[in-house]
Ligand binder design. Structure first.
Ligand SMILES: *Cc1c(COP(=O)(O)O)cnc(C)c1O
Length: 411
């Protein structure tokens, strides 16, 4: 049984039945899924959730599907790690890493959104799925689409990291590498979506797809022992993940699974592509599109579709945002690896480096409970670190050579 009541325009409030549509016909506002929270409140308990398999579908009443999950059964319930070593370095009392570098088949949080999008695409009767991607979405649609038996058209900027291109090609989708940046790829895809009856997960399926991000937030609440954190720091590309984590905390309160919710939401972006943080810093509501130039390619969206709504959430919550240089991104990747044993991709470096700035500037107090959202695995973006790590100790295969090296290591 589904608790979805339909779709609703975020701007004018007009309601629509559940269909593969994403903008309001009257005011062009984005559509969002609405639920019968009263109904969910009556049936969904902590115990019920805890009795289910450890994947993202344990919160299925809060996700927009009608039947059984058709994808992503191996995704989610990623670790929430108490990061005491890192907390020591940053001078915080209680710090957690929500670690989406693992427990997803394609090693990023995009497996969450795609699980919901492909289940919905099946319910709508599509045989072809497609996406415009900065890399990680390409992996998730390619892989989950293969398993679920869809034709797949994946559009990416041709300038993506080689490792990210190979990690899509291995699943043999139709990979279209466009000479242009993500925003140009996305514009082209909107035209393609108008002409071909395909399920573009981030275009005509977007209202359903984006709901998958909420599971990152539900898991944080459950893993903290059914409470929302004081601060959550979220990397922003389109801004969708940030708004959905916030929505997930609010819903948990709405259906009575947690008592209170006072979380401040913070945005993390790379200085080479920070339209949301720039608007925050300049105290304006209008997001000015930028041309991305950063090593954090998975976050390189210059014209963020949900940027305006991310700004609203950040302001409503009392949070803020920061942007960081490529140098800071690399240093933060190394710090996270060295202190917590977690290898994050460039987006993770952005998030941690932004957190460091926010702590230094006093936006995050030392004795509050903070969660840093690490959304993708470092094996995907190894190129970014080449030349920025120490060298191995090269030796001959004998004891003397080893002890020679050992002397250098010790001194
Ligand atoms: C896509 C992505 C994000 C941000 O996603 P939005 O919802 O578009 O803001 C964050 N981290 C990684 C690794 C991503 O691939």
């Amino acid at each position: 049984m589904s608790f979805v009541r339909g779709l609703k325009c975020r701007e004018c409030g007009r309601e629509y039945p559940v269909d593969p549509i994403y903008v309001c016909e009257f005011c062009f506002g984005p559509l969002e899924v609405i639920y019968d929270y009263e109904g969910i409140r009556k049936t969904l308990t902590r115990e019920k959730i805890q009795s289910r398999p450890q994947n993202l579908w344990r919160y299925r009443e809060l996700l927009p599907i009608d039947g059984e999950p058709g994808s992503g059964l191996q995704s989610g319930f990623t670790p929430l790690i108490r990061a005491d070593n890192l907390a020591g370095v940053l001078g915080l009392k209680e710090l957690y890493i929500k670690d989406d570098t693992v427990a997803h088949p394609t090693l990023s949080f995009k497996d969450r959104v795609v699980a919901v999008a492909l289940t919905k695409a099946k319910e709508f009767g599509f045989d072809t799925v497609a996406c415009a991607s900065t890399g990680n979405l390409a992996h998730a649609v390619s892989a989950q689409g293969a398993k679920a038996g869809f034709n797949r058209f994946i559009f990416i900027p041709a300038s993506l990291e080689k490792s990210k291109i190979v990690a899509s090609l291995v699943y043999e989708p139709n990979l279209i590498a466009v000479e242009g940046n993500y925003d140009e790829v996305n514009r082209l895809c909107s035209e393609v979506a108008n002409k071909y009856r395909w399920a573009f997960v981030n275009i005509n399926i977007r209202p359903f797809y984006s709901e998958g991000s909420k599971t990152h937030g539900y898991e944080i609440v459950e893993q903290l022992g059914w409470r929302a954190p004081d601060n959550v720091i979220v990397p922003c590309a389109s801004g969708s993940l940030l708004t959905k984590i916030w929505k997930s905390f609010k819903e948990m309160k709405e259906i009575g699974l947690i008592g209170e919710m006072k979380t401040k939401a913070f945005a993390a972006q790379a200085s080479g592509c920070c339209p949301i943080v720039t608007a925050l810093k300049h105290k304006v509501d209008v997001i000015k599109p930028v041309k991305p130039d950063t090593i954090a390619k998975s976050l390189a969206i210059g014209n963020p579709a949900d940027g305006f709504y991310a700004l609203q959430v950040i302001k409503e919550s009392g949070g803020f945002g920061e942007d960081v240089s490529d140098r800071e991104i690399i240093d933060a990747i190394k710090l996270l690896a060295k202190t917590e044993g977690i290898f994050a991709e460039t987006a993770g470096g952005v998030t941690l480096a932004s957190a460091i700035r926010l702590i230094k500037a006093g936006y995050i107090s030392k004795d509050s409970l903070t969660v840093i959202c690490i959304t993708g695995n470092g094996l995907k973006t190894q190129e970014a670190l080449i030349g920025h790590t120490k060298e191995p100790s090269y030796i001959k295969p004998n004891m003397a050579s080893f002890e020679e090296a050992l002397k250098k290591i010790k001194t």
